[in-house]
Design a protein around this ligand. Structure first.
Ligand code: ADP
Ligand code: GN1
Ligand code: MG
Length: 361
């Protein structure tokens, strides 16, 4: 296969024993380049995950890698001694000169992780049991990081979940209309403008800053094939100080609808109440002990907010000419925006019931 990068040469720069066999693009992430790399070690095929960090988006990749090192080391110390401990945390592989990354000749930053076998990430949820497992794992992730020693983690993308700033960027992008696409997204622009007021709700609520994941897409937790447990939280590039509600909100966004994020048949996009209930129960089973009453109260709202925020991010990128998220077809970002806004509507219709449920948990 002809790859965009010479992964064989990159792979040689890491402390991996054995002979390189093959590499192939892997997963469905929108930002970094991810490869699955296979080595032959004494006759066995051993897999690794390699990432090229997108430094146009993560402008300080070394600060990012410092976060990842601190977070993975802290988590590894916490789970040491548990059954299957090595599958519960990502393990970085050092480069030949002992760093946590390798810088290639055109300044790309690469890193390698041990591949966690017998587990999978899913692009769409299949059952409430999976939703429960995922939420439990993300809640536990926050809990284990609550005592991460100082200093504060680096902000790998400043204001990542600052929804009012995201909205202001959308407004500027609508005015500029550089790709001349605003006319093809009139309904979506109107939808966004009508919802402007929700953007500032969490920021006005004076909630505590904690160490959060900030990208708790359902496919960013690996589900164990045998037990169905959310065995490992992955994709740690955005772990930084944030609100726990960003994490719970992104779980609602990605783990309650049976449809994929870019589904074109919007009738399939819906917030399934049993999935929400499973998420709430799973998350609280890990997080109830540290959540404040205000954080708990906003859990249903956070789903609407983060789904809206992600919708306006896709809309902004569509209007700007697709410069941020990877796209694989014409109108891809607009399709993604539409699923998000449909899901916002579905959440709105059930918001009261969602809040009532929270009072019973
Ligand atoms: P991105 O989403 O930024 O491309 P991820 O770190 O989420 O990057 O990796 C993409 C996919 O690769 C994940 O959805 C998951 O299926 C798989 N993956 C990532 N890390 C591992 C790992 N250490 N072991 C097994 N699979 C992994
Ligand atoms: C991006 O990297 P990936 O595909 O897991 C994005 C998230 C969005 C998500 C939408 C750094 O996540 O914020 O919620 O796409 N990551 C970044 O699917 O912008
Ligand atoms: Mg990912």
């Amino acid at each position: 296969m002809n790859l965009k990068h010479d992964v064989r040469t990159i792979a040689r720069q890491f402390q991996i024993a054995g002979e390189f066999l093959e590499a192939a693009p892997y997963g469905s992430g929108h930002i970094n380049d991810t490869y699955c790399v296979v080595f032959n070690k004494n006759g066995s095929r051993v897999r690794y995950i390699f990432h090229r960090i997108n430094h146009h988006i993560f402008k300080q990749p070394l600060a990012l890698m410092e976060n990842v090192q601190r977070v993975t080391a802290h988590l590894a110390a916490k789970v040491a001694g548990e059954p299957d401990a090595s599958r519960r945390v990502l393990t970085l592989i050092s480069s030949r000169d002992g760093a946590a990354y390798f810088r290639d000749e055109i300044d790309n930053i690469w890193r390698a992780y041990i591949f966690i076998e017998n587990a999978r990430g899913y692009d769409a949820v299949e059952s409430p049991a999976q939703a429960l497992s995922a939420a439990k794992a993300f809640g536990r992730f926050q809990k284990l990081l609550a005592d991460l020693p100082a200093p504060r983690l680096n902000d790998t993308i400043p204001d990542f979940h600052h929804t009012p700033k995201r909205f202001a960027t959308l407004e500027e992008t609508i005015l500029d209309d550089v790709a001349n696409r605003a006319k093809s997204a009139r309904g979506e622009i109107q939808f966004a403008l009508r919802h402007k007021a929700i953007c500032s709700v969490l920021l006005s609520a004076k909630l505590p800053e904690r160490v959060t994941h900030n990208d708790t897409k359902f496919n960013n937790v690996l589900i164990d094939d045998a037990t169905g447990e959310g065995i490992c939280v992955i994709d740690l590039d955005t772990v930084m100080p944030g609100l726990v509600l960003y994490d719970f909100g992104d779980m609602v966004r990605t783990t309650t609808s049976p449809a994929k994020e870019d589904e074109r048949d919007l009738s399939k996009v819906t917030m399934q109440f049993p999935m929400f209930e499973a998420l709430a129960r799973g998350y609280l089973s890990s997080a109830a002990e540290f959540l404040t009453p205000a954080e708990k109260k906003f859990l249903p709202f956070s789903g609407k907010l983060i789904t809206f925020e992600t919708g306006i991010r896709f809309l902004t990128d569509y209007l700007a000419g697709d410069t941020y998220f990877k796209v694989h077809r014409e109108g891809h970002n607009l399709d993604r925006c539409r699923t998000q806004f449909k899901l916002v509507e579905s959440i709105e219709q059930q918001e009261e019931k969602m809040s009532q449920l929270m009072e019973t948990l």
